[in-house]
Design a binder for this molecule. Sequence first.
Ligand code: FES
Ligand code: FES
Length: 156
Amino acid sequence: MAKHKISLTINGAAHEAEVDSRLLLVHLIRENLRLTGTHVGCDTTHCGACTVIVDGQPVKSCTMLAVQANGAKIMTVEGLEQGGKLSAVQEGFTEKHALQCGFCTPGMMMTCTALLERNKKPSEQEIREAISGNLCRCTGYVNIVRAVQYAAEKLA
Ligand code: FES
Ligand code: FES
């Protein structure tokens, strides 16, 4: 198996790694870097639990090879809180009770964070479209939409 040297930035910190060609980005994040807030649900690009932000775009990290992330700036759920302060999206999820079991929540919050970076005032329809690749078996999505609306108002 060929090995590749890669360097990338995760949550503001530079990392270098030597990885197999076949290593998935989610496994680099969880197993090599021990950032286990990024979850693995389906491993087949359906559930969105593994979503991280790669160069500003929400990406299902079970769908991307670690070598493809060479040179990228990545944010995981661990990067949302800054200096002990929750991000607006994290606060929204707390205030609006937008989770139950919490398994989908890290990926959901990364998708919502990327949405609010490209659209400061999304409509309900736009929020629902943005999270359509993130499956939640618990909440019914209503409170997730409210959480994003809360975060949008807070950031306005
Ligand atoms: S674990 Fe990546 S989409 Fe489900
Ligand atoms: S809160 Fe349980 S899957 Fe979303």
